[in-house]
Design a protein around this ligand. Structure first.
Ligand code: GRF
Length: 199
């Protein structure tokens, strides 16, 4: 399974996926890592690991389309089976998503459909939910809304703030992303409307 990773920042989900491959737990190859930010720690880590790593800075392009077409060109050369969004802070256009239908994955730090959008952990604290978590899903043209592959729940404690809850959710994210990719690598799944069904 050939994976392309798109990220914008820290890259801990990317690192968790890479570690799982190195441990032999996930049969996959990271064929390229792309960051839209030149100094993202995640892209520096990818370079240090000797992976094919490219910063494609969105501000160097005049339009969203121009930036995306360069990202698509690099992806076209890398020929990934799946594109893994790992903290990629750019909305993808419908044309980009249509180029890889049900082959783009995202991770979101809440139990979707609750708390889509930014600051999901702070939204969960503010709402007062007792359980939150994370969701790995296919990307469709709506924000944080595609068919769900894996979810993991995290209890919210009375003394939690957004930061402490984020840290516990992040631990589950790393497990969830690897789990989702393992399931896709096995190949025995179908997408039936909104439902991803494994057999
Ligand atoms: C994670 O919380 C993820 O759920 C969200 O962005 C964050 C990325 O973290 N989409 P990292 O860069 O993988 O450490």
């Amino acid at each position: 399974m050939r994976l392309a990773i798109l990220l914008s920042g820290r890259g801990s989900n990317f690192a968790a996926i890479h570690d799982a491959i190195v441990r032999g737990e996930l049969e996959a190859e990271i064929v390229c890592v792309i960051s839209n930010r030149p100094n993202a720690p995640g892209i520096e880590r990818a370079r240090a690991l000797g992976l094919s790593a490219q910063a494609i800075y969105h501000r160097s392009f005049g339009t969203r389309e121009a930036h995306e077409s360069e990202v698509l060109r690099v992806l076209g050369d890398a020929r990934p089976d799946f594109i893994v969004l790992a903290g990629y802070m750019r909305l993808l256009s419908p044309a980009f998503i249509a180029a890889y239908p049900m082959r783009i994955l995202n991770i979101h730090p809440s139990l979707l459909p609750a708390f889509a959008g930014i600051d999901a952990q702070a939204q969960a604290i503010a709402y007062g939910v007792k359980v939150s978590g994370c969701t790995v899903h296919f990307v469709d043209e709506n924000l944080d809304a595609g068919p769900i592959i894996v979810q993991r729940a995290v209890g919210v404690r009375d003394d939690d703030d957004a930061s402490s809850l984020s840290a516990r959710i992040l631990e589950e994210e790393h497990i969830a992303y690897v789990d989702a990719l393992k399931k896709l690598a096995e190949g025995r799944y179908r997408v039936d409307g909104r439902r991803v069904v494994f057999s």
